[in-house]
Design a protein around this ligand. Structure first.
Ligand SMILES: Nc1ncnc2c1ncn2[C@@H]1O[C@H](COP(=O)(O)OP(=O)(O)O)[C@@H](O)[C@H]1O
Ligand SMILES: [Mg+2]
Length: 342
């Protein structure tokens, strides 16, 4: 039976006598059945175990279920073990895998509209009845909360520092079906250390069981705060502008995505002035990206620049809510339909 390779599940494992909750991704690679288990870092994290170490999967009631062995270990992009499983164990894991899908919205450059897209996408999915968590993982220059007219604190930074719990920082139902985790603001968060990155991934994974979609807004660039999230999501949406420098940066980012990412990507081109004059160039860009990176990123949206976005933003309002029939809103709804179908 083919298994979806990017389902992330919370599992209880006992490794070297120590029992903990882990985030894992069942994969079926080269005919084998394994589980990629993310290793928590920092204080209280599990020490690095040797290959061959026995791993036990525990059911929710704590009863021992089945065993596997650590077959391989890797440090990048996220420290993880590959655990070779018995078939019954994998089926149990998949049984627990009724979880939401995570989508990362990122891009090579700032100002291309990543936050605009992730906010609109989250709102539209929520309006269709999906339970959505929008996580602002833009460390230092977060603005999802401002765009939605929400208080900026408490935020993800307080969670990363251990001063607040997830429940304290997650703003539930700010619109029907939409919960928001405001991003960290302030310079002390702008240089994320590895443990913080691991924690953001853990936050994303722990939201999956409660939501149908976890939409993650990130900052621009090829920094580890962005690339470390590649491995923990089902789909990466790259938002770019149709101009040479922006497309060149996007290609750069796609290159690291091709090396690290496990799920597929998609491209959204925003702030376009004329659809007609852009579309041929964008299709050519897609072919070039395929040749240079070896991966295919389908074009999931071409969004026009709309001057009313700024006017509305000044009044704390959003285009998709106020002008649902504008060409940009229509294209955003098509994007939401693609994500809905994931
Ligand atoms: N399609 C669009 N039309 C007009 N303005 C837009 C559009 N998309 C984004 N903007 C504006 O561009 C600016 C940057 O967008 P933002 O989403 O904050 O970018 P990023 O998150 O990529 O840095 C914001 O002022 C936003 O309102
Ligand atoms: Mg942004």
């Amino acid at each position: 039976m083919p298994y979806r390779s990017m389902i992330h599940v919370q599992v209880r494992l006992r490794i070297r006598g120590r029992e903990e909750q882990y985030v894992a991704c069942p994969v079926s690679a080269a005919g084998g059945r394994s589980l990629h288990v993310q290793v928590p870092r920092g204080e209280g994290g599990l020490p690095w175990v040797a290959e061959g170490t026995e791993v036990e999967l525990l059911q929710r009631d704590g009863l021992h279920t089945a065993t596997g062995r650590v077959r391989a270990r890797s440090l990048r992009p996220v420290p993880s073990y590959a655990v070779e499983l018995t078939e019954s164990m994998l089926d149990k894991v998949l049984f627990m895998a009724k979880e939401g899908r995570a989508v990362l919205v990122t891009g090579g450059k700032g100002g291309t509209g990543k936050t605009f897209v992730s906010t609109a996408l989250s709102l539209l999915l929520a309006r269709q009845g999906a339970r959505v968590a929008l996580v602002d993982a833009d460390l230092g220059t977060a603005d999802v909360a401002v765009n939605l007219g929400l208080p900026k604190q408490p935020h993800l930074g307080h969670l990363l520092e251990g001063k607040k719990k997830l429940e304290d920082v997650l703003r539930r139902n700010v619109r029907p079906n939409l919960s928001v985790l405001p991003g960290a603001t302030g310079t002390r968060f702008s240089d994320p250390s590895a443990w913080k990155l691991g924690t953001i991934l853990t936050v994303v994974q722990s939201l999956r069981p409660q939501f149908d979609f976890v939409i993650v807004d990130s900052r621009a660039g090829i920094g580890s705060d962005v690339t470390s999230l590649f491995a923990g999501v089902d789909r990466v949406v790259f938002v770019t502008a149709d101009e040479p420098a922006g497309l060149s940066d996007t290609l750069e980012l796609l290159q690291s995505f091709a090396e690290i990412g496990r799920g597929p990507g998609a491209l959204v081109v925003n702030r376009v002035h004329s659809y007609r004059s852009s579309v041929d160039r964008l299709l050519a860009f897609r072919s070039r990206a395929r040749e240079e990176t070896g991966i295919d990123v389908p074009l999931w949206g071409v969004l026009q620049e709309d001057p009313r976005v700024h006017v509305l933003a000044g009044a704390g309002r959003l285009l998709v809510e106020e002008l649902p029939l504008s060409p940009t809103s229509v294209a955003l709804r098509q994007l939401a339909a693609r994500v809905q179908a994931l």
